[in-house]
Design a binder for this molecule. Sequence first.
Ligand SMILES: [Zn+2]
Ligand SMILES: [Zn+2]
Length: 155
Amino acid sequence: MDCPGCKGTMTPTEAGDITVEACFSCGGLWFEQGELGRLVNRYPGEAQELDKRVAAQPEASPKLLRICPRCLCGMTGFDYAAASVVHLNSCPQCNGVFIEDGELGAIVQRKQAAQARAEANTEAQAAKRAAVAGLEARIGQNKALAAVFRRASER
Ligand SMILES: [Zn+2]
Ligand SMILES: [Zn+2]
């Protein structure tokens, strides 16, 4: 398969439980539909290792052709996330995705940062819930005490 980045030859390369097409010249990676998400979600370590393994050669001069190697139609570029430095190219026909050198590592890092933020949020919420529960327990004790005092004073 021809690399959509530099027209070099892509080599089937294993990562996690999927096989991606990798270009060892410009460092580009081709993912069939759903493969990129699967790799990043299930095998973030393997994804980063793949990103390092398939690095661009210093002499490579990639000029993105943006032609889908499967359908030979034009691909559309889009940003991975808002204000993202990661710019992906996908094929509107087969939904394959081409990413350039170093972008896979950036995707994994962004995802892990987002996960860490989500976990921190969950912890903060759990702490808040625990604090509320503690407060409610104290209020309950106070009510019980108040009832005891009330009974005592009524005697
Ligand atoms: Zn290439
Ligand atoms: Zn295609």
